[in-house]
Design a binder for this molecule. Structure first.
Ligand code: FA5
Length: 324
């Protein structure tokens, strides 16, 4: 009888494919209420001789089975993954692979592009290393012009190129190769050799805007601007236009924005395209007119995400970047 029990146990243990089944088998044979345990318990009621013989055999079988159990257990464990055990704990929290994501400035750029594109603007681009002609001269800013000192320029070693100080040169490049009417935005990186503070960095992003048509007025500009801000920020945004000066526009404005109870922050320069700029690209200023603007993308992001120091965007600090 004991040998039959042993054969049965051995067969079933060998057939076990996962730890759970193995545990159940252990309980069935060797557990507190197990079949072999029951035999061992019943020994005390047997006459001494029989008890000794049967006891010896039962203990031997017990040891044998325990060894087999342990062997089988490590065998199954060596099958590596739980998937191979045929048992997956679907309630266990998974380990997510670390996913990258867009930089906050990229997100803001994409959102702004989408809004302008829906208003009929196409996206244009220009080089970051620019010539003096596109960055200054064609924008009505000849070498002796005092406005050249408005921004401190990084000149490249050969002195033939500079790092563009604004995205306005893209206006010229685009108008040179396209006929009016046109509507473009030109997002991109710009560089200025100046001291940094909470709202100024030596490299930052702008979005240039340009619309040229037969009768475009400052009222069109205001309308486009209001629509953009309403869609970008929602209704709680306030806009303030101040008269200002840029050589490539006349009249010129600066636009500040304020969100909720926050402070006013200068966001962009803008104005009606100067006739000299139109002449530089061989457009007839008596026929064509338009507006242009240059918006600080970082400043837009600062207001949207309530960031009080622009330098955080380029700090490479993952604790900061992971929030977006
Ligand atoms: C210009 O760069 C003009 N090209 C804008 C323009 C375009 C005027 C077309 C008229 C027509 P300004 O230097 O003010 O203008 O810069 C424009 C915006 O860039 C600022 O309003 C501000 O939002 C952002 N900006 C300027 N300097 C910095 C800086 N150091 N760090 C971060 N953002 C800056």
């Amino acid at each position: 009888m004991l040998n039959e029990l042993k054969q049965k146990a051995l067969k079933e243990i060998q057939g076990a494919k996962d730890l759970k089944t193995l545990e159940e088998l252990y309980r069935q044979f060797l557990g507190r209420k197990g079949e072999l345990t029951a035999v061992l318990r019943s020994l005390k009621d047997l006459p001494e001789k029989e008890r000794r013989e049967k006891g010896k055999l039962a203990n031997q079988i017990k040891l044998e089975l325990e060894n087999i159990f342990n062997q089988k257990k490590s065998e199954i464990r060596n099958l590596k993954s739980e998937v191979q055990d045929g048992w997956i704990d679907i309630t266990a929290p998974g380990i997510l692979p670390a996913l990258g994501h867009f930089h906050p400035i990229t997100k803001i750029r994409q959102q702004a592009e989408e809004i302008f594109q829906s208003m009929g603007f196409t996206v244009a681009e220009g080089p970051e290393a620019e010539t003096e002609y596109y960055n200054f001269d064609a924008l009505n800013t000849p070498p002796e012009h005092p406005a050249r000192d408005m921004t401190d320029t990084f000149w490249l070693k050969n002195k033939k190129l500079l790092l563009r100080t604004h995205t306005s040169p893209v206006q010229i490049r685009y108008m040179e190769s396209h006929n009016p009417p046109l509507r473009i935005i030109a997002p991109g990186r710009v560089f200025r050799h100046e001291a940094t503070d909470a709202s100024h960095d030596v490299q930052f992003y702008q979005i240039e805007g340009l619309m040229i048509d037969k009768d475009v007025s400052a009222a069109h500009f205001r309308g486009i601007l209001q629509e953009f801000f309403k869609r970008f920020f929602g209704p709680e945004i306030k806009i303030r236009l101040r008269p200002s000066y840029f050589p490539f526009v006349e009249p010129g404005f600066e636009i500040d924005i304020k969100r909720g109870k926050g402070d006013w922050l200068e966001l962009m320069g803008a104005g009606m395209v100067h006739p000299n700029v139109l002449k530089a690209v061989k457009y007839n200023p008596n026929l064509w007119q338009g507006f242009a603007f240059g918006m600080g993308l970082d400043r837009l992001a600062m207001i949207k995400y309530k960031i009080d120091d622009i330098r955080l965007f380029y700090s490479g600090d993952l604790r900061f970047l992971k929030q977006f």
